[in-house]
Design a protein around this ligand. Structure first.
Ligand SMILES: [Zn+2]
Length: 135
């Protein structure tokens, strides 16, 4: 199980994969015989495992819908303050290490990458007048 963060209003892009059937059959449900499976994804989408997803939510102070498990969203009107918060974290090395240490028990390149990607996802959501969701 994993958790995905994305901006539903951001443009969809198509990622192409070589199909397992190698284009041998037109009845293939994945590629319909083209040999290429096309999977849409949202720009800036972040997929992580549940464990890291929970820690990310905690780190950035995001609240899931009560009783819904790891499902939630940030309304458009709340995105600028989330962006400001992440940006402040990004540019304040002490605060960044401190908060990450509190949540993750350490600091690593992976965490910098989560912060970078989440900041860029929030910016994408704002640019496309979208909410930010996770599920
Ligand atoms: Zn196929």
């Amino acid at each position: 199980m994993g958790i995905c963060f994305w901006a539903p209003g951001a443009p969809q892009e198509i990622e192409e994969f070589e199909c397992v059937c190698e284009g041998q059959t037109v009845a293939c449900p994945y590629c319909k015989g083209t040999g290429t499976e096309k999977i849409p994804f949202s720009k800036g989408e972040i997929a992580v495992n549940n464990h890291n997803g929970r820690l990310i939510l905690k780190w950035f102070g995001l609240q899931s819908d009560p009783g819904q498990g790891l499902v939630g969203q940030v309304e458009k009107s709340d995105l600028p303050s989330l962006h400001a918060k992440l940006f402040a974290l990004q540019s304040d090395e002490t605060q960044k290490l401190l908060t990450a240490h509190r949540i993750w028990g350490g600091w690593g390149e992976g965490l910098q990458s989560y912060l970078d990607r989440m900041l860029s996802l929030v910016a994408i959501a704002i640019a496309h007048d979208s909410t930010l969701c996770w599920a």
